[in-house]
Design a protein around this ligand. Structure first.
Ligand code: SDX
Length: 431
């Protein structure tokens, strides 16, 4: 960041404080308040961080008003249409699109790290069969630091690199194993002759009793879903990973923290919640009932898959995802899927309703992804694990950027305290 010559003047009580203004390469200027408490003995207050930049970053940029999403400057629709997930992983990690040789080496590295330590297979057996795959992934990924201790020294660039590759390579294997365990089928090992998305589909859907041939169109759709979920600035789970990493915790523990945060229905759990909502609506004639509930202040119900903290126009990922939904469902001969019909009618009804237009509530990335995943044969419980494995590259890229920042400090927010001021203890007989 170039040191600023512009300042904002803050005047209150008997104080006048000059706050440097920094200009980004894109997006709003920022007021640098790092010296505010020292100079003014005041905190800022921004629960939910609606107006707060928590870090400097050069990985992903979102323009919520224009529906723009750039990864290292490249628009998401171009990456989703012309690139593929492992190339986007390289871009997010290293900042530039790879040469053919660099891409071949990177894909070879990932491919040859897709197996997990054989002892880890025992971890799955410790869960009940009905454990949510996100519970299993949170536990197993956190346990990776016990198996890959040789890539936990965050001060060693080589170990950071190895941990990054291991995470990108092994998360699909872990997610697929969690799924297979939950349905009582044997865990399927990865294959090195398959591409990343095909490998994941085969690990999820093949059984020992017969050969499984990956449909290239489904593999392409799966790869595109991975790409559309890869990274998204400082969202809740990425901020969780950064905060965990700021203490020096090992990368596996940080990614496990990100998985735990992503699970929430307001965040990555929305794709599961959205499909369950569409299934509950069931038919287009019930849409008005649910629209009314979403608008009712006394009803906690929200339209899952709608709204976004940053996008206030449209989510460019939802646009690409909607195209994929049409392609996949046509391929599978279920273009008349009643759930897809409900989704399309719900989208149209919501977008025509002043409430949603005024509050700038549009379909987000989670609105159509669940429809594609369900059509591909995944249970709703696997939707967020797929989001998690896709986002692992974003989490690890943001973690790496933070660890390599010489100005790294442990994250430690302050608070607006409204509790009791000091008072003396009283013995129980006196209360
Ligand atoms: C993801 O941050 C990211 O980048 C996340 C993500 C990523 O890639 O990492 O994009 C992935 O998490 C997408 C979002 C998935 N979540 C959902 O689809 C769940 C449903 N959406 C909402 O819970 C909500 O829209 C949020 C959480 C996504 C955003 O909430 P905000 O920005 O904090 O907005 P808010 O809760 O303050 O709502 C503003 C108003 C409120 O009404 P008022 O109090 O002003 O009267 O809009 C209303 C809300 O009641 N509102 C909704 C609504 N979302 C917001 N009303 C009905 N249905 C909804 N979905």
């Amino acid at each position: 960041m170039v040191e600023s010559t512009r300042t904002a003047t803050l005047t209150f009580d008997d104080k006048t404080i000059e706050l440097p203004i920094h200009s980004p390469s894109a997006g709003p200027d920022v007021l640098d308040i790092r010296k505010l408490y020292a100079q003014g003995s005041v905190f800022t207050y921004d629960p939910g961080f609606t107006s707060t930049a928590s870090t400097e970053s050069s990985i992903t940029y979102i323009d919520g008003g224009e529906g723009i999403l750039l990864h290292r400057g490249y628009p998401i629709d171009q990456l989703a249409g012309q690139s593929h997930y492992l190339e986007v992983c390289y871009l997010l990690l290293y900042g530039e699109l790879p040469s053919a040789a660099q891409l071949e080496e990177f894909e070879g590295l990932v491919t040859n790290h897709t197996m997990i330590h054989e002892q880890m297979m025992n971890l799955f057996k410790g869960f009940r069969r009905d454990a949510h795959p996100m519970a299993i992934m949170t536990g197993v990924v956190g346990a990776m630091s016990a198996f890959y201790h040789d890539s936990t020294d965050i001060t060693d660039p080589h170990q950071r690199e190895v941990a990054s590759i291991r995470m990108i390579a092994k998360l699909p294997t872990i997610a697929a194993a969690a799924y297979k365990y939950s349905i009582g089928q044997p865990i399927v090992y990865p294959r090195n002759d398959l591409d990343y998305a095909s490998n994941f589909l085969r690990m999820c859907f093949s059984v020992p009793a017969e050969d499984y041939v990956v449909d290239p169109i489904l593999a392409r759709a799966m790869d595109r879903i991975f790409t559309l979920h890869a990274d998204h600035e400082q969202n809740a789970s990425t901020s969780t990973v950064r905060l965990a990493g700021s203490s020096g915790a090992n990368p596996f523990a940080c990614i496990a923290a990100g998985i735990a945060c992503l699970w929430g229905p307001a965040h990555g759990g929305a794709n599961q919640a959205c499909l369950e909502m569409l299934q509950e609506i069931g038919s287009v004639d019930r849409i008005p009932e649910f629209i009314a509930r979403a608008k009712d202040k006394n009803d906690p119900f929200r339209l899952m898959g709608f709204g976004h903290r940053v996008y206030k126009n449209f989510d460019p990922r939802a646009t690409v995802m909607k195209e994929s939904a049409d392609e996949v469902l046509e391929l599978l001969g279920v273009e008349n899927n009643p759930i897809l019909q409900v989704a399309k009618e719900l989208e149209a009804a919501a977008l025509a309703d002043p409430y949603f237009a005024e509050k700038k509530l549009f379909p987000n990335v989670d609105f159509y992804s669940g429809i594609i995943l369900e059509a591909m044969g995944f249970p709703t419980s696997m939707f967020t694990p797929i989001f998690a494995l896709s986002r692992t590259v974003g989490w690890i890229s943001q973690w790496k950027e933070m660890i390599e920042d010489p100005a790294l400090k442990i994250g430690r927010p302050r608070q607006l305290y409204t509790g009791e001021t000091q008072r003396d203890y009283t013995n129980v007989e006196d209360r």
